[in-house]
Design a protein around this ligand. Structure first.
Ligand code: 1GP
Length: 246
C-alpha cells in the first residue's frame, strides 16, 4: 500500500484527525505561492488537496510542480476533470460522483483519465464522492449537471455511502460544495460514520473552529477547508487543532 492512504488509515486507527487544505490553482493565480505555503507550514496542515470544478488545462501541472518544490506536505489531486491530472502530485482522489446520475462523472471521466494514470506514478485512491445540498447551487452541481442529495434525506446519503464502500471505495467524501451556505450537518456525519468502516472526508462551507470540531467529533477523519483559507490566510491560526484532533 502506498503512503498517503496508509497514513490516513494509521491516523484513523489512533482515533486522530487530519486537516486538508484545498487549493484551487485558478483562484490562486496571481498570489504568491511561497506566502501561501508558509501559512500552511505555520499550522498543522496534513494534506494539500489541489483541484477545482473548472481549471484551465495545464494550470494544475505547473501549480503542483511549483508547490512540490516548496513543501513536503503530501499533495493530493482532487480533480474536477481528467485534464487536471499531473504526475507531480503524490496521490489522486479517484472520484466517482455517486450522488449524481450523470454517467460522465460516474465512469466516463474515469475512462478518459486512464491513459495519463497508467503513465504516472500517482497513488490512486478510489473515492466515493457524495454531493449534499449546501443551500446554494455550487460549482460541482453546475459542472456535473447533477442534483445534490437533500440534507433531510439522511437515509439516502447513508445508503449511498455504504453502497460506495461495497463497491470498493477506499474513502467516502461528503461534499456540501465549495462555498456552501450550510456545511454537512453533524447528524449526517454521525450516521454515515456509524455505517462505514472506511475513512470519511467532510468538506464544503467549513469556516470556523466550531464547524471543524463538530465534524471531527461526529466522525469525520479528514476535514477539507478551501474558501475559508482563500478568503483569510490567517484562518488556520484560529483553529486550535492540537486540542481537538485527538
Ligand atoms: C470543496 O469541500 C471543499 O470541494 C471545500 O469547500 O471551499 O467551502 O471550504 P470550501
Amino acid at each position: 500500500m502506498r503512503s498517503v492512504y496508509k497514513n490516513i488509515l494509521k491516523v484513523k486507527e489512533k482515533n486522530e484527525k487530519l486537516l486538508a487544505i484545498l487549493l484551487d490553482p485558478d483562484k490562486l493565480a496571481g498570489n504568491s505561492l511561497t506566502g501561501i505555503v508558509s501559512k500552511l507550514h505555520d499550522n498543522p496542515v496534513d494534506l494539500i488537496f489541489v483541484g477545482g470544478s473548472t481549471v484551465e488545462p495545464g494550470t494544475t501541472d505547473s501549480f503542483v510542480n511549483q508547490l512540490k518544490q516548496l513543501t513536503h506536505i503530501p499533495v493530493v489531486l482532487f480533480p474536477g476533470d481528467y485534464t487536471q491530472i499531473t504526475d507531480h502530485a503524490d496521490a489522486i482522489l479517484f472520484l466517482s460522483l455517486l450522488s449524481g446520475r450523470n454517467p460522465e462523472y460516474l465512469i466516463d471521466q474515469q475512462l478518459k483519465s486512464v491513459d495519463s494514470l497508467q503513465k504516472s506514478s500517482l497513488e490512486i485512491i478510489p473515492t466515493g464522492y457524495i454531493l449534499i445540498d449546501g443551500g446554494k447551487e455550487t460549482a460541482v452541481q453546475k459542472k456535473s449537471r447533477t442534483l445534490p442529495i437533500s440534507q433531510e434525506d439522511v437515509k439516502k446519503i447513508v445508503q449511498t455511502a455504504v453502497a460506495g464502500m461495497y463497491l470498493g471505495k477506499k474513502l467516502i467524501y461528503l461534499e456540501a460544495g465549495s462555498g456552501a451556505k450550510y456545511h454537512v450537518d453533524k447528524k449526517i456525519i454521525a450516521e454515515v460514520h456509524k455505517n462505514i468502516n472506511i475513512p470519511l472526508i467532510v468538506g464544503g462551507g467549513i469556516k470556523t473552529q466550531q464547524h471543524l470540531e463538530e465534524a471531527y467529533q461526529n466522525g469525520a477523519d479528514i476535514v477539507v477547508v478551501g474558501n475559508g483559507f482563500e478568503e483569510d490566510k490567517n484562518l488556520l491560526s484560529q483553529f486550535k487543532n492540537k486540542l481537538i484532533r485527538s
